[in-house]
Design a protein around this ligand. Structure first.
Ligand SMILES: NC(=O)c1ccc[n+]([C@@H]2O[C@H](COP(=O)([O-])OP(=O)(O)OC[C@H]3O[C@@H](n4cnc5c(N)ncnc54)[C@H](O)[C@@H]3O)[C@@H](O)[C@H]2O)c1
Length: 257
């Protein structure tokens, strides 16, 4: 896919862990479409080696360590971005976390602490991200987050991440409505299951993949590149009339009952 005119765009991709990351699929797609002014985040020095190995295949990506803990950490990240680029045109928010007990247990058993910390990292971080991005998105832009069909249907073993993704998708709608006056568009991409590091934390993830292959109309799973291609479209001016959607990249799985 080649979307023209991305070469002038500058932005931030949050959530690179390795070559399998959805964030990496986005980075790859943006690169393919001429967008190279990108800052990518990795969470810890331990993950840097994997992220750097993957990114070096594309070019000299500006990588910065970012561990979201509180508002201050988000502000610091955007301060760095502002110092590097001044103004930006897009942010891809591709991060989520739930501790093992919360993720593997039943929703009914989730502790307040587990719920709050998972919600904070996986959902509130988008709100914080939008607030900070608005300050340096002076010509409008696109903010994209990643969701999953477990937001709207009960999916076995998705547990507490289901309600959290539901809140994320609802936040996208409100953020899109509020930021529209600044010409900032906000989207969620609802991706089918992809074998990533985060997905490895979900019990029986292989079964989820098998079910997706079996039950999706296209009889296959999707790749992080395919998610990336949609992100390139949403960042391009070709999507200028759209905001607030949850858009599926899941080989049609969402259609099936
Ligand atoms: N893989 C799938 O099947 C799938 C499907 C639909 C949606 N998603 C969503 O896609 C997004 C990206 O996940 P992925 O599957 O590419 O896995 P991944 O492990 O490659 O990426 C998750 C990223 O979140 C980052 N992260 C977690 N906690 C963080 C924190 N406190 N501070 C900063 N970064 C933090 C990790 O460092 C990692 O880079 C997530 O929101 C996930 O829920 C994944």
């Amino acid at each position: 896919m080649n979307i023209k005119n991305l070469s002038g765009k500058k932005g931030l991709i949050i959530g690179l862990a390795n070559e399998s990351s959805i964030a990496y699929g986005c980075l790859n797609a943006l690169y393919e479409n001429g967008c190279t002014n990108i800052i990518g985040t990795y969470q810890s020095p331990k993950s840097l080696q994997y992220v750097k190995t993957a990114c070096d295949k594309l070019g000299n990506i500006n990588l910065v360590e970012f561990n979201y803990t509180d508002e201050n950490s988000m502000e610091k990240l955007f301060e760095y971005v502002r110092n590097q680029f001044g103004n930006i045109d897009f942010v891809i928010h591709s991060m989520a976390f739930a501790d093992k007990d919360s993720l593997h247990g039943k929703v009914v058993d989730c502790s307040a602490e587990g719920f709050i910390s998972s919600m904070h990292v996986s959902c509130y971080s988008l709100i914080s991200c939008c607030r900070n991005a608005q300050k340096i998105m002076n010509n409008g832009g696109s903010i994209i987050t990643m969701s999953y069909i477990g937001a709207e249907r009960v999916i076995k073993n998705y547990g507490i991440m289901g309600p959290i993704k539901a809140c994320l998708e609802s936040s996208v709608a409100y953020l899109a409505a509020e930021l529209a006056e600044y010409n900032i568009r906000v989207y969620a991409i609802s991706a089918g299951p992809i074998a990533t590091r985060a997905a490895g934390g979900i019990a029986d993830f292989d079964e989820l993949i098998k079910q997706a292959e079996l039950n999706s109309p296209m009889k296959r799973i999707v790749t992080n590149d395919e998610v990336g291609n949609l992100s390139a479209f949403l960042i391009s001016n070709l999507s200028s009339g759209m905001t607030g959607q949850v858009i599926y990249v899941d080989a049609g799985y969402f259609l099936m009952g």
